[in-house]
Design a protein around this ligand. Structure first.
Ligand code: AMP
Length: 219
């Protein structure tokens, strides 16, 4: 059974949903750097305020900041984790590899979710997020609007400030430049651990494919 899993993918490819389900299936924590940064921002911490100055414009936060957040989290929760939204650049991937190698606990599965631009735009512009529990919903699919209660925890739903069309264009540009090469990096360094899956299918079907790779050590 896999214990250290990285989920890669463009905005709205379902990384958060799949990471959540994997975390429940395997009984290990799921860490989302984006959610950690949003929580820092909501609490008004200096780190959150600095992060928001990047994320609200669709930029990635500097590698050093993202690495600090994830290493702090791993220090508290250990290395058996589902990583969602980290690493997002090759330098981050190298740092993660080095940190895990130093405790003899290398990654054992990398899933790259793939989704076309039109579907990304459609999903992002109809997305509502619960800033309390992190659940996401679609205005069209779930018939919900801003400030409606979250179906999971009851807190008011919001549109993320980086889910605007302008911020999305910037996020996609950086995704292509910085994050897509991360899958290629793993394809070169640990080709047997990397699996590419289309995210343009129902969430259950994506999860079924991911779990095949989780259970079979030889895949
Ligand atoms: P997400 O919730 O994964 O879409 O992340 C929201 C935003 O947080 C991203 O658009 C980035 O601005 C920032 N962020 C999240 N993870 C990272 C990371 N690993 N490196 C740099 N910025 C990140």
């Amino acid at each position: 059974m896999k214990r250290r899993i990285v989920l890669l993918g463009p905005p709205a490819s379902g990384k958060g949903t799949q990471a959540d389900r994997l975390s429940t299936l395997l009984g290990i924590p799921h860490v989302s750097t984006g959610a950690l940064l949003r929580s820092e921002c909501t609490r008004g911490t200096p780190l959150g305020i600095e992060a928001d100055s990047w994320t609200s414009r669709g930029f990635l936060v500097p590698d050093e900041l993202a690495i600090r957040v994830i290493m702090g989290w791993m220090g508290e929760h250990g290395t058996n984790l589902v990583f969602d939204g980290f690493p997002r650049s090759v330098p981050q991937a190298r740092q993660l590899d080095a940190a895990l190698a130093s405790v003899d606990a290398p990654l054992d599965l990398i899933i790259a979710l793939e989704l076309g631009d039109a579907e990304i735009l459609r999903r992002v512009t109809s997305r509502l997020t619960c800033l309390n529990c992190g659940a996401t919903f679609s205005t069209s699919l779930h018939g919900l609007a801003v400030k409606n209660p979250c179906l999971r925890c009851g807190s008011p739903l919001e549109r993320r400030n980086d889910d605007s069309q302008e911020a999305l264009e910037q996020r996609m540009k950086l995704y292509r430049e910085l994050t897509l090469p991360v899958a290629d990096y793993y394809g070169e360094t640990v080709p047997n651990l990397l699996h590419r899956i289309s995210a343009d299918q129902p969430s259950d079907a994506v999860f079924e494919q991911i779990t095949k790779f989780v259970h079979h050590s030889d895949l």
